[in-house]
Write a protein that binds this ligand. Structure first.
Ligand code: MRU
Length: 356
């Protein structure tokens, strides 16, 4: 049985469905502060500014944000209520472009809206109340499913770990990125619980330092052996045979097995191939986009320059006005991936359509 290291989930909906509660990941590891979000705008900016981040967590937060906003709606006419729902959904849909879990969760909420609307013939107010309750239930079940998928990923992924093994990971694909347990980190937690004593090398993950700030924080809290490295040290770590495998999460898996994940992932995969280190990607089926033929079709988010030049430094580290390119993700081609670990098993990237 996988148990969690945190006494709380990183994303939650209050019991009355009127607040989305998130742990502000932008303040970690120095401050554990929970935000109580009560408007769609607050949820939008929490996602855009990465106070909540990680593909599954973004999807859950958006679904909760839509359910919460609609639950607070004062609309008494069904037509206007429907317009408000669609406007809010479209607004949250564009809060970040790469992780497909965001769109997947919001599309599921829309399906739920129309399933209920089309199945009831009653007064507007009664239909509105039933839809509100159904949307809250749907958003909660998205979270429950993501959590269950994380546990199944841990159970499938543990077969890739051995006693005292070394793992290199990038970014954060743990508890914080899902709301509980994680994807790439969940088998590591399970292995630790079973006494395997895994040793984890964590890439700091420039520029937003999800590895240093979040992954090191999570794993150390669980009592796992963590060694932090700068991203440009992965080559020497692999050359010295300090790691047996690379484990990373993903933001979108294309139908041909190409994977979008935090920028730097594709470089790690190239290094892993050079040194003969197995390279595994972990993700729930909600991260697979069968409408996306290959990695070339995935939109890569570009983020502001200050994240590279100023953020997390006490003084700017580049001349004012320096031209900056800040892609937040990159594409790892299927041929560099040893296996994709999902809740349904471990697949060769070219066989990812079997998950359907
Ligand atoms: O920009 P981020 O921090 O949201 O990027 C997150 C990642 O790249 C994760 O590896 C991915 O979302 C998987 S989370 C289980």
């Amino acid at each position: 049985m996988l148990t969690t290291v945190f006494p709380y989930d990183s994303v939650e909906l209050s019991s009355n469905g009127r607040e989305v509660i998130i742990l502000d990941q932008s303040l970690l590891p120095n401050q554990e502060k929970f935000l109580h979000l009560t408007t769609a705008e607050q949820v939008f900016f929490a996602i855009t500014l990465m106070k909540v981040r990680g593909a599954p967590a973004i999807g859950i937060a958006a679904a909760f944000g839509l359910a919460m906003t609609i639950n607070r709606s004062k609309c008494r006419e069904l037509d206007l209520f429907e317009k408000e729902f669609l406007r809010t959904k479209r607004y949250l849909y564009i809060s970040r472009p790469t992780a497909i879990n965001l769109m997947w969760a919001l599309d599921r909420m829309e399906d739920c809206f129309y399933r209920v609307k089309n199945s009831i013939d009653d007064t507007d107010q009664t239909v509105i109340d039933i839809i509100k309750n159904a949307l809250i239930a749907e958003a909660r079940s998205i979270k429950v499913e993501e959590t269950r998928m994380s546990v199944a990923i841990a159970e499938n992924g543990i077969s890739l770990l051995t006693h005292g093994c070394g793992i290199l990971t990038h970014c954060n694909a743990g508890h914080l990125a899902v709301s509980r347990y994680g994807t790439a980190l969940s088998p590591i937690y399970l292995a630790h619980q079973k006494g395997y004593s895994p040793m984890v090398y964590v890439n700091e993950t420039r520029p937003l330092l999800q590895g240093a700030r979040l992954t090191a924080y999570e794993l150390m809290r669980a009592g796992i052996d963590v060694t932090l490295i700068c991203d440009n040290m992965a080559s020497i770590v692999m050359s010295q045979k300090r790691v047996d495998s690379v484990f990373v999460g993903c933001d979108r898996i294309a139908a041909n097995g190409d994977v979008a994940n935090k920028v730097g992932t594709s470089g790690l995969a190239i290094l892993a191939k050079h040194y003969g280190v197995p390279f595994y990607v972990f993700g729930p089926s909600s991260t697979i986009d069968f409408n996306c033929a290959s990695g070339r079709d995935i939109v890569i988010e570009e983020r502001p320059s200050y994240e590279i030049t100023d953020m997390y430094f006490s003084k700017p580290i580049a001349p004012k006005g320096t031209k900056v390119f800040n892609p937040s993700f990159d594409i790892t081609p299927a041929e560099l991936i040893t296996g994709i670990v999902t809740e349904k098993g471990i697949f060769k990237p070219e066989e990812i359509s079997k998950v359907k």
